[in-house]
Design a protein around this ligand. Sequence first.
Ligand code: GDP
Ligand code: MG
Length: 660
Amino acid sequence: MRKDVRILLVGEPKVGKTSLIMSLVSEEFPDVVPYRAEEITIPADVTPERVPTHIVDYSEAEQTDEQLFQEISKANVICIVYSVNNKNSIEKVTSHWIPLILDNTDKDSRVPLILVGNKSDLVEHSSMETILPIMNEYTEIETCVECSAKNLKNISELFYYAQKAVLHPTGPLYCPEEKEMKPPCVRALTRIFKVSDLDNDGSLNDNELNFFQRTCFNAPLAHQALEDVKNVVRKNVRDGVCDNGLTLKGFLFLHTLFIQRGRHETTWTVLRRFGYDDDLDLHQDYLFPPLKIPPDCTTELNHNAYLFLQSVFDKHDKDRDCALSPDELKDLFDVFPYMPWGPDVNNTVSTNDQGWITYQGYLSQWTLTTYLDVQRCLEYLGYLGYSIVSEQESQAAGITVTRDKKIDLQKRQTQRSVFRCNVFGDSGSGKTGFLQAFLGRNLLRQNTVKEEHRSYYAISTAYVYGQEKYLLLHEVFPDFDFLSDAELTCDIVCLVYDSSNPHSFEYCAKVFKQYFMDSKTPCMMLAAKSDLQETRQLYGCTPLEFCRKHKMPPPQSFTCNEAAAPSKDIYIKLTTMAMHPHARLRCMCTCNRCTFCLCQNFLNSELVQSVKAKLYTAVFSRHMTQADLKTSTFWLKASVGATVFAILGLAMYRALLKHR
Ligand code: GDP
Ligand code: MG
C-alpha cells in the first residue's frame, strides 16, 4: 500500500480552489480567503482510506509557472477546478489545463485527473453535458464531481474520490473506450478465480464464494446477498452461473460491473489480497517473504505445505489415476506466468508407464525445489496462493528450516527428512543409471530418455525404520578442476565405478583421497554394471581392500540391467547411512536382510541410540556425584549398565523380528 497521497488543486483564478480547501478543513464556508491556502496534511486515521493525505493549493497570483510545474510533477492526483457558472473557466479546462498537465507528467505514469465543478449553489442546471465529452476524450480523467464550497455540498466526496483515484486507479483495470477490463486485469482475476475454485470444477459454489469473501473482505456473504449477486449475473450473462455456482465468465462480469459503477476499490481489494501491485504484477514482497537460512541448515516443506500441495494435486488429477497427464499438468500451472517444470523433471522424479509425473514424483519435485532453491519454492507457492488458501501469514510458513547439521552430529540425531547424496564416478561408470534406477527405471527404459531431457538429479522416497525419508541423488560432473562447496556438502557420498572396466576404480580412489578421506561425510563405494563380467581394477589394491583400509562398507554390487524395476535396497542403505553418519556399518555382507545386517541397522536406530544414551547418562550421573568414587566399582557398575542395555536391545530386537 502507498505511504501517502498528494492532491493538487489547479484551475482559473476565483473558481473557488482555496474556498474548497478551507471548507473541507473548517466545515464552514469562509467569507474571506487568502490567495493560496497553506499545504495541509490530513492524518491517516481521519481519512476514509487510512492514508495520510496532503492537499496543495495553487494560486497564479502567488506562484510562478516553474513552481506550478514542480507541484504538478509531485502530485499523485490533480483536481482541475472550474466554476459551473463561468463558461470561460470550463473552456480553459481543455484549452489550457489538461495539455499543461500532460506536458509536465511522464507518459508512462500519468497522474489521474478529476474535474471539479464548483459553485453549484449558483445555478439550477448541471454542467455535466459539457463535461462528459471531455471525460470521454481523455482517459486520464478518473471522474468528475459538482460541488459547492458554500453549501458544503460534495466536499468530502471530492477529496474521497481524489484519494480513491490514487489508491484504486481505474487506469490499470479498465479501458473506457472498449468498455471492458484490460487484459492484465482479466489475467489476474482469472488466476484468482482458479485459486479460489478449490475443487476445480470451473465454478465457485457457495462454500468457495464464502471462503473468497472471508479472505478478501473478512466477512462471509449473507445467503440472500449471495443469491442476489447470482441473480444479477444470471440476468446479464449467459453461462455466468452454472449449477448454482459462479463461472469465470460470471466472475469477470461482476468485476466489470463493479468498475463501471465506480466501485473499483472492490476489485482492487481482491487483487491486492491475492498479491498484486499497482501494475497488476505479483508484488515482490508477496512472492518472496523474508526467510532466514543460517549456514549448515537445509530447507524442507512442512506438513501443512505438503497437505496444501496434495490438495492442489487432487484438484487437478481429474481422472484420479494418481498421475498428472500433460493437460492436467498444464492446467495445474495455469496460475503461473510461465511453465516452471520442463521435460527434465520427468527424469528427476517417479513417473508412471506413460511417463507422467506420479503423485509421489510430484511431491518429490516440490521437495527438491525446496531443498535446492527455497526462494523459487516460495515464488511457486505464491503463484498457487498457498498463504491465502491455507490461511497462513506467508509462504514462509510452509517451510521448515532444519537445525544446524553440527548439532545433529553432536546429538547423533536428526529431524531432517531430506538427505542429499552426491554421486561421483568417471564418465561412463554408470552414475546416470544409478540415479534413474532409483526412479524404478531399468536400463531398457532409461535408453528411451532424450539427451536434452536428462537430469543431474533424482529424488524419491526410501523407508528407514518405518519412516519415509527423501533421498536426493546428485550426479557430479566428472571433469572438474575443483569442486564447489555446494558439490562437496552432502549427507553421504556415493563413489561409482564400472566393475567391468579396469580403469574405472582409480577415479573413485582419487576423489575419495582428495576430498573425503578426512571429512566426516560417510562414503559408499558402488560396483556398477554387476551384470557384466567383472575385471580386476588396475589400482594398487582391490576396491575391497581400499574400503577396508578406509573403514568404508565393502563395495556394493549394483546393476540396473534387469527385466524388472531395480531394487531399492541400496538406496535405503544410503539413506540409513546419511541419517546415522556416526554409525559405521561394520557388516561385511551387503544384503541388508541377514540377521547381522538387521541387527546392525537396529542397533544404530534412533530409538536404541537414545535408550542407550539415557542409560549411560543415568549410570554416569549417579556415579559422578559420589565423591569417593572408586574406579573399580565405577567401571563395574558401568559395565552392568552396558549389560542391561545389551539385554534390553536383544529383547527389542526379538520384538522387532516377531513384528516382521
Ligand atoms: P480561487 O482563486 O480559485 O482560490 O478562489 P477563491 O477560493 O479565492 O474564491 C473566489 C470567490 O468565489 C470568493 O469570493 C469565494 O467566496 C467565492 N466562492 C468560492 N466557492 C464558492 C461556492 O461554492 N459558491 C459561491 N457562491 N461562491 C464561492
Ligand atoms: Mg486561491
